[in-house]
Write a protein that binds this ligand. Structure first.
Ligand SMILES: C[S@@+](CC[C@H](N)C(=O)[O-])C[C@H]1O[C@@H](n2cnc3c(N)ncnc32)[C@H](O)[C@@H]1O
Length: 317
């Protein structure tokens, strides 16, 4: 069955406005959602295969081992909505056991989403695929979907950790509204652990995470008419233990000015642009977050090393 593509992607001027707004803040900030142009998505895929980057293989291991139990919780023949679907490696592990009637991958990275949706539609010809290109942090706009089928969500990759805890609650609440009472969500959440392991995952020796972080500036040059000299910025990632998060920054190596759409923005030597947080949660902390968003904690699974958790939450009521 051919897949449908619903383009609710924000217009290019939103990127310019958000970039200028973020660089006017102190400290300067850019949203991690802008990492994912085509090159950013390719770089992220390469990161997931790095030996230091434990989250992807650990989450896939949990999904493979717990597939049957997960299917009991999520049910069959559902409308399965995947948030931040990226490459289809994780959903492939679930599709055979879940056998949803409709699969709705939602991602901001349009070309990458088209590739993934077309591969899934080819390999699962009996399943309806409704790909949605959208910014799920702005609104969870979805096309018309069958009303009679139960809804379930899959939110992998610990992407929820990219949101400040209160913003995470608000996003989860939006997901809960889309699912409706009794709807189930399967969500992957990276666990708190020792600093060395965490920092190694975001400072790989092949420098792919550095390239991923710096690609943001290349994208802003191309899409927002900026003139960042990318060689004058460096990747920095560290664990902020007090906040329970990995922080990624781009550090200006010298005093410099950058021009974006006619506006001049000054950088001091050593000044940073904060580009991403990845909050880490204990199982209990995450269950509390889910409860605040109106979800009941139903089940969770971890790996033997307690690196990563996968939770099944259900919309209360
Ligand atoms: C960390 S990657 C995870 C990819 C994949 N789900 C995984 O688990 O490996 C985040 C994914 O979410 C998408 N994404 C990031 N911010 C988004 C947003 N605001 N709205 C929709 N998709 C977003 C990215 O394009 C990317 O595919």
């Amino acid at each position: 069955m051919p897949y449908a593509f619903h383009d609710y992607h924000p217009p290019a001027e939103d990127l310019l406005g958000e970039v200028l707004g973020g660089l006017a803040r102190r400290p300067k900030r850019l949203s991690p959602k802008f990492f994912y142009d085509r090159r950013g998505s390719q770089l992220f895929d390469a990161i997931t295969r790095l030996p230091e980057y434990y989250p992807t293989r650990t989450e896939i291991g949990i999904l493979q081992q717990r597939g049957e139990a997960i299917a009991v919780h999520l049910g069959h023949d559902s409308v399965l909505i995947e948030l931040g679907s990226g490459s289809p490696q994780k959903i492939r592990v679930l599709l055979d056991s879940l056998r949803p009637a409709v699969y709705v991958p939602v991602d901001i990275s349009g070309e990458h989403l088209r590739d993934s949706a077309s591969h899934i539609a080819r390999d699962y010809p009996d399943m309806q695929v409704e790909a949605v290109c959208a910014d799920y942090s702005a609104s969870l706009q979805l096309p018309d979907l069958p009303q009679q089928a139960a809804r379930a969500a899959f939110f992998p990759g610990s992407s929820i950790g990219n949101f400040e805890p209160q913003a995470a609650v608000s996003l989860l609440r939006d997901v809960g509204e889309v699912l409706g009472p009794g709807g189930a969500m399967l969500i992957g959440v990276d666990l708190k652990k020792d600093r060395q392991k965490l920092e190694a995952a975001y400072n790989d020796t092949r420098l792919l995470t550095a390239a991923f972080n710096l690609n943001l500036l290349t994208r802003i040059n191309r899409e927002a008419g900026a003139d960042f000299d990318v060689s004058r910025f460096a990747h920095r990632a560290f664990y902020n233990e007090a906040e329970g998060r990995i922080e990624m920054h781009l550090v200006s190596s010298c005093a410099q000015q950058v021009c974006i759409d006619g506006q001049h923005i000054g950088f001091g030597a050593g000044e940073t642009i904060h580009t991403e947080n990845s909050y880490k949660y204990s199982v209990e902390e995450f269950r509390e977050l889910g409860a605040e968003a109106g979800f009941e904690a139903e089940q969770f699974w971890t790996d033997p090393e307690q690196l990563f958790s996968v939770h099944c939450l259900r919309v209360a009521g």
